[in-house]
Design a binder for this molecule. Structure first.
Ligand SMILES: C[S@@+](CC[C@H](N)C(=O)[O-])C[C@H]1O[C@@H](n2cnc3c(N)ncnc32)[C@H](O)[C@@H]1O
Length: 229
């Protein structure tokens, strides 16, 4: 029997609007019914909703499904109300957590082409508890969020071979200043704020944050911290 295009291993092509519509419908249904069968729900299949360029960055830059699913369980357990993904890229983590939880999810991304991809995907999935902002994460107040997610967002600043595009001014001193601002921001958060990290954020969290959860998932650790006072 001739294999369908999807089964036929995800050629790097742009799908038609109709194909995208039916893929997102199927993915959403599977996620909402917790049907996490790897054969029919996996990163390659999910990433089909993005353009070939965005898909190509997935293995290094976008949160894997297994990690977002585990994080969503934790978000539900901790009764997170407002979640911010600091550096949301094409929105993969935000899309998955907004489908799998009832939290109000916000993603902030510095790159225009990624913020546009994220907004398109949000519309495809028709998600009302999700919002994407194009801009610097530091132009946004973090205090209104009770949970922050970091997937090593500033790594491109100090690792040239990881850069998605040479479109931004990047160097180690910007990296260090982003980390310092992040640490200061974390110190200012309200007591009870949760921080979820995958591959860390590049520095140790301030002492007020206590590690609540630590589990190997994907190719690193998912860690959850809570601010004590
Ligand atoms: C490793 S990717 C993670 C993407 C997404 N959080 C996920 O898990 O799928 C980090 C993203 O952070 C973005 N980023 C880095 N510094 C930023 C900043 N200061 N403001 C907004 N976005 C930033 C990068 O452009 C990149 O898309």
């Amino acid at each position: 029997m001739k294999k369908s295009r999807i089964e036929n291993h995800y050629e790097p092509q742009i799908l038609t609007k109709q194909e995208l519509g039916s893929i997102t419908k199927g993915l959403k249904r599977k996620l909402q019914s917790h049907d996490f069968d790897h054969e029919t729900l996996n990163d390659d299949l999910f990433d089909l909703i993005f353009s070939p360029e965005v898909r190509n960055h997935s293995k290094i830059h976008w949160t894997p499904l297994s990690v977002a699913i585990k994080a969503s369980e934790i978000i539900k357990e901790l009764k997170v109300e407002r979640l911010l993904d600091v550096g949301s890229g094409c929105g993969k983590f935000c899309l998955l957590t907004s489908i799998l939880t009832e939290a109000q999810v916000t993603g902030v991304e510095q790159r225009d082409f990624l913020a546009v991809a994220a907004k398109k995907a949000k519309n495809l999935f028709q998600l009302s508890n999700l919002n994407f902002i194009h801009g610097s994460a530091f132009d946004l107040s973090w205090k209104e969020f009770d949970c922050l997610y970091f997937y090593n967002p500033f790594c491109e600043q100090k690792t040239p071979e990881r850069r998605m595009r040479n479109d931004l001014n990047m160097n180690e001193s910007i990296y260090n200043s982003y980390l310092q601002i992040t640490i200061n921001r974390l110190r200012e958060q309200n007591a009870g704020t949760k921080v979820i990290t995958y591959y860390g954020l590049g520095a140790a969290l301030p002492d007020e944050y206590k590690l609540k959860y630590h589990k190997a998932v994907g190719s690193d650790f998912l860690k959850v911290w809570e601010k004590q006072n």
